[in-house]
Ligand binder design. Structure first.
Ligand code: SF4
Length: 71
C-alpha cells in the first residue's frame, strides 16, 4: 500500500496548515508547500491536511486511487 501526496503549487497560498498538521510530510518552500521527499507513510494526518487545505491544493492517493481530501 503506497500513499502519495501531491500539492498543486499553482493553488497553494502558503497558509502552512499542512506543515502544521503533518510536519514530516510537507515542507514550506518559499511561500508554497511541497511534499517532503520520499514515500508517504499511511497517516491520518495526511488526510486531515488534505481536508483542511483552504486552497484544495492537496491530493492524497493510495495505489493511484484518490483518498483525500475526503467528502
Ligand atoms: S494547507 Fe494548502 S494552501 Fe496551506 S500551505 Fe498547505 S498546500 Fe498550501
Amino acid at each position: 500500500m503506497t500513499w502519495r501526496i501531491s500539492v498543486d503549487r499553482g493553488r497553494c497560498m502558503g497558509s502552512g496548515i499542512c506543515t502544521a498538521l503533518a510536519p514530516s510530510s510537507f515542507v514550506l518552500d518559499g511561500e508554497r508547500s511541497r511534499p517532503a521527499p520520499g514515500d508517504a507513510a499511511p497517516d491520518e494526518a495526511l488526510l486531515d491536511a488534505a481536508d483542511s487545505c483552504p486552497a484544495g491544493a492537496i491530493t492524497v492517493t493510495e495505489d493511484d486511487r484518490v483518498i483525500g481530501p475526503r467528502d
